[in-house]
Design a protein around this ligand. Structure first.
Ligand code: NAP
Length: 453
């Protein structure tokens, strides 16, 4: 019988777990999923909006991966801090990097770091109860907020700002987040994109949800919706664009109902400066025109918007792992169909999948096909790779224990999971997220790494 081959997957988000699932179906392969946080599920837990319960239910399928007998979850393990890539080479035959895109792209304009200007990623992490987000990070005492960018994340943060806490009690948001949303002074939310309705990246389902909010009017200016012949054709060729456009058109024709909050969707405005002395007071925009290929051209005409909160929602960005090649210009790991490249040459036994492979695009399911492509390469290469010098599964866990790492095993995570359900039920909710790492570790009984699978 051929020996068991051991593969490490870095990251327990959807891309890592889809890869683990594919790997676990191969004979004689055991997979360790190493996750920086005490909890699995990555962006499904900390990125998908809490009120998108159907999308969140992807957790059920991901959970089944971690229940496989040949897949082991090792949470609260930070690669680069607790284990190096050299350590991984000692314990595993192959490594699949699936650490996503955990930081944000920057606008590179003046005022970006003023108090009151945040990346949408920070806001999403805060309302999702991410353990690395400070509890008091947001106060929402602004009356006017500017959300910059026209992707689905921008729509998510706009919707959360516009909803009432009553609309959000059925979610797993931590109580301190609901308390801040309850006190929110927000009246106007400006959702501003640098291109037109034909080029906005949001999808109709997400956009149209804004129109269903009982608490907010959606205001669109007809002048932003004027189409030339080429754009008219583009809209007629693409169902998502047509539906977006029809929704926006209907909003432009509607008389505001005097609801407590207003969402202003504006197009053709590129931010040039976030204004303020120590805190944000507004945003300067330059009106834009587009060339024939949809590229943004500055018109020279500027305007200012008053806002005390700015959320920059211009895309996520991958972060490097020490010892793994990284392309800083694109924020991804250079690869050929999942095999990691070092200066153009294949790096033996190192693979990549998900957003850190292709950039931050697509829906959760997109990561499935991506993982299949990568794992095909792993399975193809495994027979020819140098075997791990220390393949004993206890080698990695005892090394972590020696280094004082509180590893969260699968059974430890189940304790945290049960703790969140119990906490939710104690206040009449289905689940309430536990925010602090220390509280999660305590619930997990995590010092005992040998327990569970
Ligand atoms: P995104 O879809 O890439 O949108 C980024 C937005 O930022 C675009 O409107 C882009 O405009 C704008 N932008 C970039 N640089 C800018 C600049 N310098 N100045 C002004 N605007 C700038 O990114 P995302 O919203 O973060 O979403 C990431 C992925 O997650 C997407 O695939 C998204 O669909 C997915 N997602 C899905 C859901 C869902 O299905 N419900 C929810 C959240 C996220 P240009 O087009 O002009 O570059």
């Amino acid at each position: 019988m051929s020996r068991i081959q051991r593969v490490a997957v870095i990251g327990a988000g959807p891309s890592g777990l889809y890869a683990a699932d594919e790997l676990a179906q191969a004979s004689n392969v055991c997979v360790d999923v190493l996750e920086r946080l005490p909890s699995p599920y990555g962006l499904v837990r900390y990125g998908v909006a809490p009120d998108h319960l159907k999308t969140k239910s992807a957790v059920n399928a991901l959970k089944r991966v971690l229940e496989r007998p040949n897949v082991r979850f090792l949470g609260n393990v930070h690669i680069g801090r607790d284990l190096t890539v050299d350590d991984l080479d000692r314990f595993y035959d192959a490594v699949v990097v699936a650490n996503g895109a955990s930081t944000d792209r920057r606008l590179e304009i003046c005022g970006e770091d003023l108090h009151g200007s945040y990346s949408a990623t920070e806001f999403v992490s805060w309302y999702s109860g991410h353990p690395e987000s400070e509890i008091g990070r947001f106060t929402l005492d602004a009356t006017s907020a500017a959300v910059i960018g026209h992707g689905n994340v921008a729509v998510d943060v706009t919707r959360i700002l516009a909803k009432t806490p009553g609309d959000l009690r059925h979610t797993d948001m931590p109580s301190h987040v609901l308390d801040v949303l309850d006190q929110s002074s927000i009246e106007d939310i400006h959702l501003v994109g640098r291109r037109g309705p034909v080029h906005a990246r949001f999808t109709t389902k997400e956009l149209a949800e804004l129109g269903d909010l009982a608490n907010a009017d959606v205001i669109v200016h007809g002048e932003d919706l004027e189409l030339d012949e080429a754009n008219e054709e583009a809209i007629n060729r693409n169902r998502n664009l047509r539906r977006n456009y029809d929704f926006l058109h209907a909003c432009a024709a509607r008389v505001p109902q005097g609801r407590p909050r207003r969402i202003h969707i504006r197009f053709f405005r590129a931010p040039t400066e976030i204004v303020g002395t120590s805190v944000v007071e507004g945003v300067k925009f330059e009106r834009t025109e587009l060339d024939d290929t949809g590229q943004v051209l500055a018109s020279g005409e500027t305007e200012a918007l008053s806002a005390q909160l700015v959320l920059r929602s211009v895309g996520y960005r991958g972060v490097p792992i020490s010892g793994i090649p990284f392309d800083p210009a694109r924020g991804v790991i250079p690869n050929r169909a999942g095999r990691i490249l070092n200066h153009g040459a294949v790096l033996d036994g190192k693979y990549v999948t998900g957003w850190i492979k292709r950039g931050p695009s697509g829906v959760i399911g997109t990561n499935k096909a991506d993982a299949v492509e990568t794992v095909e390469k792993v399975i193809e290469d495994l027979p020819t790779l140098a075997p791990a010098p220390d393949p004993d599964p206890d080698g990695v866990t005892s090394t972590l224990l020696d280094r004082g790492v509180s590893v969260v095993t699968w059974s430890g995570w189940q304790q945290i999971d049960a703790g969140e359900i119990a906490l939710g039920e104690s206040v009449g909710r289905t689940r309430t997220k536990i925010h602090r790492t220390a509280d999660m570790l305590e619930l997990s009984g995590s010092a005992v790494v040998g327990e569970g699978k």
